[in-house]
Design a protein around this ligand. Structure first.
Ligand code: SAH
Ligand code: SF4
Length: 421
């Protein structure tokens, strides 16, 4: 989602005549698109703003600085007060304000706009031309998981018109895109203007996208049903990978997290889906060290984690977020212990990935070529339907081609091979 917003911001600035730079310290304008889901990305932003300020004081070069995204939404005026070099702060629903604001910055004037809501705004220009593209289908979230700041900084759930989504997909395909990701905080709670659910939207998108891969993130377990697995089975161009965050395997913790499912109901849904579509694989997000998570709770998470054998997993230490319900609970698990739990899950994931990679050796997989190596024009890089990066040799392929690649080498995090004509 944030990556998509960064693309929108960059596209809009380019549309306004700015040229993307490579060195933020010598740029005339720096816009930081921020995340506030955990404390760490917030600290990174603060540290970067400090560095920019020291650099400006040292060099005396005029530089405008804007902060956008979730942290801008959450902190607003506080950012301008704390960082004297910040000229403007725009909230998550205010990207289009760049248009009028950019002409006025400089000369010590400061701007803040963090109003939320309004039209579902979609950029009509400035999208990076490439093989892959994202389409946002909904924004915001109504789930209020007790640890999560997203409903506060992104606002309530709003779904985009299905007709608009389909026409954006058509436009992208016409421009040469071969891999489309439908994006939303919780895609499977999508409802269209004519009352259709996410599986219907997915089926319709897949049907008009022959020869183009369709992906989607993120799916919430509580809204997940078998119909999604059926649609994936019916459409060969939908990638059979579902990002469906477990967060915890302990029912007690899941309840306090307000996730709306139990470990068993989660596993049951995944099992049924895999029965319908055996090629399905899953990926997840996990939070370790949530307030009150005992060793027994954690081991339940590890058990589910082992059982599902995820394709990939993003594992986070719990980070208290001011304004959320869990913020009131004591964050009593020491960082060292959170990190031990995190590393334990990572080691399980490494084992699973290694096993998968070893099994892939000698296999032929379909790879969508996305880029060519700068050093060698016959060396390409692309992804499988399970989102695995594969580097491969091919004499006749170029980005946008679907290539059969035989995997000849497996390293820790990469698969390498050659095209199998
Ligand atoms: N809507 C998506 C996730 C959005 S946030 C979903 O419900 O799955 C992305 C991930 O950040 C979450 O899945 C969660 O694992 C993590 N996260 C959110 N708040 C967090 C917090 N306070 N501390 C640690 N991780 C958090
Ligand atoms: Fe946050 Fe939960 Fe909404 Fe995901 S579903 S964005 S974790 S509140």
């Amino acid at each position: 989602m944030n990556e998509y917003d960064s693309e929108r911001i960059a596209g809009r600035l380019e549309g306004l005549g700015f040229i993307a730079g490579t060195d933020i310290f010598s740029s005339d304008l720096v816009v930081l698109n921020t995340c506030s889901v955990r404390a760490k990305p917030e600290q990174k932003t603060a540290s970067l703003l400090g560095k920019l300020r020291r650099n400006r004081d040292k060099t005396g070069l005029p530089q405008a600085v804007g902060v956008m995204g979730c942290m801008a939404q959450d902190k607003g005026a506080e950012l301008i007060k704390r960082f004297k070099n910040v000229d403007f702060v725009l909230g998550t629903d205010r990207i289009e304000r760049l248009n009028d604001l950019i002409k006025e910055i400089g000369g010590g004037k400061k701007f803040i706009d963090t109003a939320q809501g309004g039209e579902f705004f979609v950029e009509q220009f400035g999208r990076k031309k490439g093989v892959t593209a994202k389409i946002t289908i909904m924004k915001g979230c109504n789930n209020f998981c007790s640890y999560c700041i997203v409903p506060y900084v992104r606002g309530r759930e709003t779904c985009r018109n299905k007709a608009d989504i389909i026409s954006e997909a058509e436009r992208l395909i016409e421009s040469g895109v071969k891999d489309i990701t439908l994006l939303g905080q919780n895609v499977n709670s999508y409802i269209s203007e004519d009352g259709r659910s996410f599986p219907d939207l997915l089926a319709e998108t897949a049907a008009i996208s022959k020869g183009v891969r369709i992906r989607f993130v993120t799916s919430h377990p509580k809204d997940f049903n078998e119909r999604l697995a059926e649609v994936i089975k019916e459409h060969k161009n939908i990638c059979p990978l579902i990002h469906i965050p477990l967060q915890s395997g302990s029912d007690r913790i899941l309840k306090v997290m307000n996730r709306g499912y139990t470990a068993d109901s989660y596993l049951d849904k995944l099992r049924k889906a895999a029965e319908i579509t055996p090629s399905l694989r899953f990926s997840t997000d996990i939070i370790v060290g949530f307030p009150g998570e005992s060793e027994a709770d954690f081991l339940k998470t590890a058990e589910v984690f082992r059982e599902v054998e995820y394709e990939t997993a993003y594992i986070f230490n719990y980070s208290p977020r001011s304004g959320t319900r869990a913020y009131k609970l004591p964050d009593e698990i020491p960082l060292k212990e959170k990190t031990r739990r995190l590393e334990y899950l990572l080691s399980i994931q490494e084992e699973i990935t290694e096993k998968r990679y070893k099994a892939a050796l000698g296999e032929t997989v379909q790879v969508l070529a996305e880029s060519v190596s700068k050093k060698d024009p016959f060396q390409l890089s692309g992804r499988t339907e399970y989102n695995r990066v594969v580097n491969f040799k091919a004499e006749k392929a170029s980005p946008g081609d679907m290539v059969k690649v035989r995997i000849t080498e497996v390293k820790k995090n990469t698969l390498s091979g050659r095209s199998d004509y």
